[in-house]
Write a protein that binds this ligand. Structure first.
Ligand SMILES: N[C@@H](CCC(=O)N[C@@H](CS)C(=O)NCC(=O)O)C(=O)O
Length: 81
């Protein structure tokens, strides 16, 4: 399962969500508004709260940075199709 930690109004998150839509991937969106429990979880994992933040549970991958996330998802979509 792919999960994107994000919040409404975050432009970097919107960029990633647009790429997800274009790639046709199934990604669960997780609300990580500043200071909520999901935001706390990101900080516990990485020491940063920055979103967007991707979790690929099957591959045991966790990553910040919208450009890195989009590149990862493009590769993933290529492998899936
Ligand atoms: N370089 C990052 C920037 C992400 C970013 O600045 N996200 C904002 C929300 S749109 C954020 O989490 N700000 C809180 C912070 O920087 O601590 C990316 O491209 O993902």
């Amino acid at each position: 399962m792919l999960k994107l930690y994000q919040y409404t109004g975050c432009p970097y998150c919107a960029k990633v969500i647009k790429a997800i839509d274009e790639l046709g991937l199934d990604v669960e969106l997780v609300d990580a508004s500043w200071g909520n429990e999901n935001s706390d979880q990101i900080e516990a994992w990485t020491g940063r709260r920055t979103v967007p933040f991707l979790v690929d549970e099957e591959a045991d991958v966790k990553m910040h940075e919208s450009d890195d996330i989009i590149a990862y998802l493009r590769e993933k979509a290529g492998a899936i199709q």
